[in-house]
Design a protein around this ligand. Structure first.
Ligand code: ATP
Ligand code: MG
Length: 407
């Protein structure tokens, strides 16, 4: 900021960092707003690059930190865009969604183009001054999430803002202001226009940041879950019993985040889609399919339906399928396969998933109680206990690392 100011530019800290500092927390990243253009900023910082198309911003690297520097966004009169030849800088879809927004302006204009009042507080580190043009400080004090301007219009410009409202309400444990909340069900369908890849990015922020349980509750209450995971939402609407496992998974993930343990989207996705997969597998089994085949078909069906709405990269869908199919393999406690299961790289996640199913009241025949001590035994003892003879005999058979049906 001081380098920009030194060149006669304005530069303010804005967004999450100011919000979190005012709340007494630790900002996780720093966003700077300036009147310098991306090209100006890039020229001033060797360690920077211009990124983005929808929004052109500059990433400035300081050691391990990346600072996002954004040029003040301005107003643009939509009807004027074509006449002024500004179509290149700002563009809207037929549904009113902002496709591009690179018209520059002043701090005041920039403030009203941000999403939430509590995200539009500017801090001038030179004069130690705070600028608040949208009542952000008041909402911060009242612990309230409010969209700047007319919520319906702002959600139409960018439907992802609805998810951001609920994400910040969950993260900060804030309430959602009445109009901000009331417009959500009315605009929810607009999320259908959002590319699946952007929804996946937002999904990660919603569910892997340490407040997934509250977020899920908000998503259900404000009728948005149906736009991220429609089959799950429909399943829960028919029969709420599936919610127990999903909630248990969220709580578990939140605890892991709080304890600085690694978390994976695969596990959360496995939980979110489990009611759909298990119901479908049950039906296929009732129709005569063997359990493994039924599970396999159900997994494939649930996944291909889900990815119409939200991207699930292969590196996550693969382990998700393994977690599901492992639930059947864990039901088998006899033989070499069972004895070797704890050495499989997906055992841990699958076993954790089994614990959640039991915690959620699913009847697994007390499987976890058996696997909990069993997995701690050395292989030799596992082989004996599973009744598959000594280790020497089995070595002749190649070890199957992975179920071929999952690949
Ligand atoms: P955090 O980084 O803690 O999740 P943040 O508020 O910094 O929270 P970012 O996603 O980093 O959130 O965005 C930075 C700022 O950019 C926001 O505070 C907000 O002012 C603005 N912003 C982000 N996304 C949007 C959007 N979809 N519409 C309008 N303004 C947005
Ligand atoms: Mg940020």
């Amino acid at each position: 900021m001081s380098r920009l100011r030194g060149q006669g530019h304005q530069a303010y800290l804005v967004g999450g960092a100011v919000r979190d500092l005012l709340l007494g927390g630790h900002p996780k990243d720093f966003d700077i707003a300036t009147d310098a253009t991306p090209e100006d900023v890039h020229a001033l910082f060797r360690n920077s690059r211009i990124i983005g198309r929808r929004f052109r911003i500059v990433h400035v690297r300081f050691g391990r930190e990346i600072i996002e520097v954004t040029t003040f966004r301005g107003h643009h009169d939509e009807s004027d865009d074509t006449q002024r030849g500004d179509g290149n800088r700002s563009r809207q879809s037929a549904s009113g969604q902002l496709l591009r927004d690179n018209v520059y302006g002043t701090l005041e204009e920039d403030a009203v183009r941000r999403d939430l009042t509590v995200n539009a507080i500017y801090y001038d580190a030179g004069n130690f001054e705070v600028f608040d043009h949208v009542g952000g400080l008041q909402d911060l004090q009242a612990r309230r999430i409010r969209v700047i301007g007319d919520p319906e219009q702002r959600y139409t410009e960018d439907p992802v803002r609805m998810l951001r409202v609920l994400r910040f309400a969950a993260k900060l444990q804030f309430s959602v202001e009445e109009e901000t909340a009331a417009a959500i069900p009315r605009c929810a369908h607009l999320l259908g226009h959002i590319p699946p890849a952007r929804l996946f990015d937002e999904f990660l922020k919603l569910f892997l940041a340490g407040y997934a349980e509250t977020t899920l509750d908000h998503l259900i209450r404000h009728e948005l879950l149906a736009y991220l995971f429609p089959a799950t939402a429909a399943n829960l609407a028919r029969d709420a019993s599936g919610l127990a496992l999903i909630t248990a998974a969220m709580r578990n993930t939140d605890q892991r985040v709080a304890n600085d343990k690694p978390v994976t989207p695969a596990f959360i996705l496995a939980a979110l889609l489990w009611p759909v997969v298990s119901e479908q597998a049950r039906q296929l089994e009732a129709g005569g399919e063997p359990p493994m085949v039924a599970m396999h078909i159900a997994s494939q069906q649930a996944t291909s339906e889900a990815i119409q709405h939200i991207t699930i990269p292969r590196r996550f869908s693969q382990p998700m399928h393994e977690i599901w199919e492992f639930q059947l393999r864990l039901a088998n406690r006899r033989g070499r396969k069972a004895a070797e299961l704890p050495d499989h790289r997906r055992f841990r996640a699958a076993y954790d998933f089994l614990l959640l199913r039991e915690e959620a009241g699913e009847d697994t025949g007390d499987l976890a109680a058996w696997w909990t001590p069993f997995q701690e035994l050395p292989l030799e003892e596992r082989l004996q206990q599973a009744g598959s003879g000594g280790a020497g005999k089995g070595r002749r058979r190649p070890r199957k690392r992975r179920n071929p049906s999952t690949t």
